[in-house]
Design a protein around this ligand. Structure first.
Ligand code: SF4
Ligand code: SF4
Length: 404
C-alpha cells in the first residue's frame, strides 16, 4: 500500500472540506445488510442533544446509551500518539473524544492530553481514561486527573477485564461508584480485550456501568456471540465503544502486508450497537483516512475484498482475538493472550514501549518455554505460540529507559 506521509501543514492545506468521500455503494458481507440498515436508523438527528463542541457537517453521530452524550462514530485512541499537533488537529477537525489510560507511555500520554486540552472549553471535548483494578486504584485515579489537569473525566474505565467475577467484584463496584459519586468521573465503565460477551453481560448485571469499551473487528471468530451480547447491552442502555478495530494493522510481522484499516474501521462501525470507535492514530494520513470514515461507513467492493485477503491467503495475522482457548493447553499456564497482545504492539503498532511494559508486567522467566520439548498449544488462529512467546519475551531484558 502506497503511503503519502501527510504532515501537519499538508493536512491543514487539504482541510476538512477537502476530505470528500467516494460515495461508492458498498457491498456488505451477507450477514451485515441488516446492520447497515440499523446503523443508518441510529444516526442522531441534527436537532436535540448536540455533541461536545457542536455538530460538524457530514459527520455521522450516535448517542452513547443512557448517558445521552452524542459523539461522532469515530473518536481518537491516543495510546500510541506522542505528537500533540496531531491530537490538536483531530480535536480541531471535530473528533472530540480522546481515549487514554493511566498506564499509556508511563503516564506521559495523559500529560500530553492535558497539554492539548488546556485552555479549551471543557464542553468541547470528551475524555476517557482507564485504570486497572488494585489496591491503589483510587490513588491512581487522582494521579490521572492531575496529569490531565481535569477535575473529572467523562468516562473512567476499569481496565482490561476478562472475567465476570472481576466485573462484579464488590471492591471494584465500590471504588467505581465512589469515583462517580465524588464527581471525578461523569460516567463509569469497563474495558475488555478478551472473553468479551461474558464481560459485557456482567457489566449489565452489575447495574452501575454506563459504558463498555470492547475489542471488535472483522477477524473475531466469536462475532455472533459478541454481537448478541452487545445488542442486549445496547437495549439495556449501555453505551458501547469499539477498540482494536484495525486487527493489528498488518497481516505479517515484517509489515509488508498492511490490513486495509479504513475498511476494517468501517466494517466495525456498521454494527449499530456501537456509538463510537477509538482507532489509534499516529500520523496525519491516518487522521485524514478516519475523517473520511466518520462521514461515510459504506464499504466498497475493493475494501471488502481486502478484508477477506487474510482468509484467502491463509494468513495468521498479528491480532490475538483473546478467545483464551490456548490457556488450558499450556502446562505452565503462561499468560499467552497478553504475550500475543504485546507481540501485536511491537510488530503491528511498532510501539515497543507498550510491548515492553506489558511483557515486563507479566514477570515471566527469561525463557518461559524452557523444559517444554514441544508446544502443546493449538492456537485458534494457528499462531506459532512458542515462537512468538520466545520472540517477544526478549524485550524484557532491555532496560525501560531505552524506550523513554
Ligand atoms: S493465542 Fe490464539 S488461542 Fe490464545 S487467545 Fe489468542 S487467538 Fe485465542
Ligand atoms: S512451549 Fe507451548 S506448551 Fe510449552 S510452555 Fe511454551 S507455550 Fe506452554
Amino acid at each position: 500500500m502506497k503511503k503519502s506521509a501527510l504532515n501537519r501543514r499538508d493536512f491543514l492545506k487539504v482541510g476538512i472540506t477537502g476530505l470528500v468521500t467516494t460515495g461508492a455503494t458498498g457491498l456488505l458481507f451477507a450477514d451485515d445488510k441488516k446492520k447497515k440498515k440499523d446503523a443508518r436508523k441510529q444516526t442522531t438527528p441534527a436537532s436535540g442533544p448536540q455533541p461536545p463542541g457542536g455538530r460538524r457537517e457530514g459527520f455521522i453521530y450516535r448517542t452513547l446509551g443512557r448517558t445521552g452524550v452524542v459523539l461522532p462514530v469515530v473518536s481518537m485512541g491516543v495510546m500510541n500518539s506522542d505528537n500533540p499537533e496531531l491530537v490538536r488537529a483531530a480535536l480541531d477537525a471535530g473528533l472530540v473524544h480522546l481515549d487514554t489510560a493511566h498506564g499509556y507511555q508511563r503516564g506521559r500520554n495523559e500529560e500530553l492530553i492535558g497539554q492539548v486540552i488546556k485552555g479549551r472549553p471543557r464542553d468541547s471535548y470528551f475524555i476517557a481514561t482507564k485504570v486497572r483494578e488494585g489496591e491503589k486504584f483510587l490513588e491512581m485515579v487522582d494521579i490521572s486527573l492531575q496529569r490531565l489537569g481535569l477535575e473529572y473525566v467523562d468516562i473512567l474505565y476499569l481496565h482490561n477485564l476478562s472475567k465476570r467475577d472481576n466485573v462484579l467484584a464488590e471492591e471494584n463496584l465500590k471504588v467505581m461508584e465512589q469515583v462517580k459519586k465524588a464527581g471525578k468521573a461523569r460516567f463509569i465503565g469497563v474495558s475488555t480485550h478478551s472473553n468479551e460477551p461474558e464481560v459485557i453481560r456482567a457489566a449489565m448485571e452489575a447495574g452501575i456501568y454506563d459504558v463498555v469499551l470492547t475489542a471488535y473487528n472483522f477477524r473475531k471468530e466469536n462475532i455472533n456471540e459478541l454481537d448478541a451480547a452487545m445488542a442486549e447491552a445496547a437495549a439495556a442502555g449501555i453505551g458501547l465503544v469499539a477498540m482494536k478495530t484495525m486487527a493489528g494493522a498488518f497481516w505479517d510481522k515484517q509489515r509488508t502486508q498492511p490490513i486495509n484499516t479504513k475498511a476494517a474501521l468501517k466494517w466495525a462501525m456498521q454494527n449499530p450497537s456501537f456509538t463510537t470507535s477509538i482507532p489509534g492514530m499516529t500520523t496525519f494520513d491516518q487522521l485524514k483516512s478516519n475523517l473520511e470514515v466518520v462521514k461515510d461507513l459504506k464499504l466498497t467492493p475493493e475494501e471488502l475484498y481486502d478484508l477477506k485477503m487474510g482468509e484467502a491467503r491463509n494468513l495468521a495475522g498479528l491480532y490475538c482475538q483473546g478467545c483464551q482457548r490456548c490457556l488450558p493447553q499450556c502446562p505452565k499456564a503462561l499468560p499467552i493472550p497478553e504475550m500475543m497482545r504485546a507481540y501485536m504492539y511491537a510488530y503491528g503498532y511498532k510501539n515497543l514501549a507498550a510491548a515492553h511494559e506489558l511483557v515486563s508486567s507479566l514477570n515471566l522467566p527469561d525463557n518461559p518455554c524452557a523444559g517444554c520439548s514441544s508446544c502443546s498449544v493449538g492456537c485458534a488462529l494457528k499462531f506459532d505460540v512458542r515462537d512468538r512467546l520466545v520472540d517477544i519475551n526478549r524485550l524484557k531484558s532491555v532496560p525501560a529507559e531505552f524506550f523513554a
